[in-house]
Design a protein around this ligand. Structure first.
Ligand SMILES: O=c1[nH]c(=O)c2nc[nH]c2[nH]1
Ligand SMILES: [Zn+2]
Length: 484
């Protein structure tokens, strides 16, 4: 049931916790009034002095029977929904399946075959030698009469699963298939997740397998536009659902394709997402394919792909000049710590990115990352930062603490998807994208003894919590998941 259907208001009462700054955990008790129009539930009023529901009804001037009402549990709290700024919806069936691979062999062994299969294409006909094995075609015997049945199953699962972990906004990579990408958009819209959906563009004949690539730069552009227009038809305002221009990464695109996509993003003021500087072998490949460019960043810069609406995943091995270009362009970094560890890509110097004035957020990078949980990404961001401190002589400046991790997962995410001030907190005027957490539910993996202070309970949630602690999830005031 929607908490705040059009015209109907809702009151949320209890404990509200958020991380408005890297060192600031805000713990408040009170009530908020959410009102909704055109499907966008926003916080109309807040009052942090109210101590009873009756006082909330009175303060907000509403009758109990006229509003929906939600109250946190004893060990519960409302928290801003997580924002996953980098996730491959199409790779969800492969979470945890990466063996001992690193990026480039992982792509050809595990990833391209699976992605191709979601568009109804069998990778077995590959003549490029890039593909060995047949992963992604034998998992389940999907209907051959509907080439999108597998995509339907995968995308339905990944949306429902991410919602169940409190991800209210996701920036998704789909596949090169236009119909499958459009289906992902349809499903995200149907389930009510805030989502940016990108058809993957890749056409470089030297690096992409024959079974999985666009034929020409023009075809890559035309297919990108086909999905963009489908998505914009679904949500013309682009509030809940919006397209995002998605060149896979420099090595998989011809220079002309990158430029066409850069122009497209500029002309239509669209978001952009891609990968950058993730893996040492990838850097060598970029040097080899783009010898005339100063750096990896320069390849994107010259193609017009670096804007303030651009999300760059990873950004592990960037040099100072690249950081300066990214900062001046206002482009963002999605830090994907679980993926970086799983594929052995390296330690992303998050502190250095932040100190250089670059906005940073968190991405699960499924299925380079093994988990859809942004809470797990917070955990991994903390752990990796400690390792980075160790390899830098024990310097504690690298440390990301729990509060800073939660800030990256919410406010950082909002900045990176161009929703700063609209997502990530409980201030009047913000969209009501919220998860209700209960630390003491029947199956909670967290044990609360009762003597812990609230900041300590948050520590315990981050280190041991999971979807079992997510009671309800709302996007734009609409309830999109209930785990009660
Ligand atoms: O983590 C990653 N996942 C991908 O699918 C991909 N493609 C290019 N580079 C990539 N990195
Ligand atoms: Zn990725």
């Amino acid at each position: 049931m929607a908490a705040a259907d059009d015209g109907r208001k809702a009151i949320f009462f209890g404990r509200f916790i958020s991380a408005p700054g890297p060192e600031s955990l805000l713990i408040r008790q009170g009530a908020v009034l959410v009102s909704s129009s055109n499907g966008h539930g926003v916080l109309e009023k807040t009052d942090w002095t109210l101590i009873t529901p009756a006082a909330a009804f009175k303060a907000f001037g509403v009758e109990e029977q006229d509003v929906d009402f939600h109250q946190t549990m004893n060990n519960g709290f409302f928290f801003p929904g997580f924002i996953d700024t980098h996730i491959h919806a199409s790779q969800y069936p492969n979470v945890g399946i990466f063996g001992k691979s690193t990026l480039l062999d992982w792509l050809t062994t595990y990833t391209f075959p699976l992605e191709a299969s979601l568009g109804g294409k069998e990778p077995l006909a590959d003549t490029n030698g890039a593909y060995e094995g047949n992963r992604g075609t034998e998992i389940v015997n999907y209907s051959t009469s509907n080439p999108l049945s597998k995509a339907d199953a995968v995308y339905t699962k990944v949306i429902r699963r991410t919602l169940s972990y409190g991800t209210t906004t996701a920036s998704y990579f789909a596949t090169i298939s236009v119909p499958a990408t459009n289906l992902l958009a349809d499903l995200a819209f149907k389930f009510g997740q805030r989502a940016y959906i990108g058809r993957v563009c890749m056409d470089h004949p030297d690096t992409c397998p024959t079974y999985y690539r666009d034929e020409t730069p023009d075809q890559s552009l035309a297919n990108a536009i086909a999905s963009i227009e489908h998505i914009q038809k679904l949500d013309s305002k682009g509030e809940l659902l919006a397209p995002i221009v998605t060149p896979r990464f420099a090595p998989s695109c011809q220079p002309e394709t990158l430029s066409l996509l850069g122009q497209l993003a500029t002309d239509r003021k669209l978001r952009v997402q891609t990968h950058i500087s993730e893996n040492i072998g990838e850097l060598a490949l970029v040097k080899h394919l783009f010898p005339q460019y100063e750096s990896y960043t320069d390849v994107y810069h010259q193609a017009g792909l670096l804007t303030s609406r651009t999300i760059l995943a990873h950004g592990i091995h960037l040099d100072d000049r690249e950081l300066e270009t990214i900062r001046t362009q206002g482009s963002k970094i999605s830090h994907c710590p679980a993926s970086n560890s799983a594929l052995g890509s390296g330690f992303c110097p998050v502190r250095k990115l932040l100190d250089n004035g670059i906005d940073v957020s968190l991405g699960t990078d499924v299925s380079g990352g093994y988990s859809v949980s942004i809470l797990d990404s917070v955990r991994q961001a903390c752990l990796v930062s400690r390792q980075l401190g160790f390899v830098n002589g024990g310097d504690k400046k690298w440390n990301i603490g729990v509060t800073e991790g939660l800030w990256l997962a919410t406010v950082g995410g909002a900045k990176c998807v161009g929703m700063e001030g609209r997502l990530g907190g409980f201030e009047p005027g913000m969209l009501f994208d919220v998860q209700e957490i209960d630390l003491s539910g029947e199956n909670s993996p967290v044990d609360i003894f009762g003597w812990e202070k609230w900041d300590e309970r948050i520590d315990k949630w981050v280190w041991n919590g999971d979807d079992r602690n997510v009671r309800n999830v709302w996007v734009g005031g609409r309830m999109v998941h209930s785990g009660k």
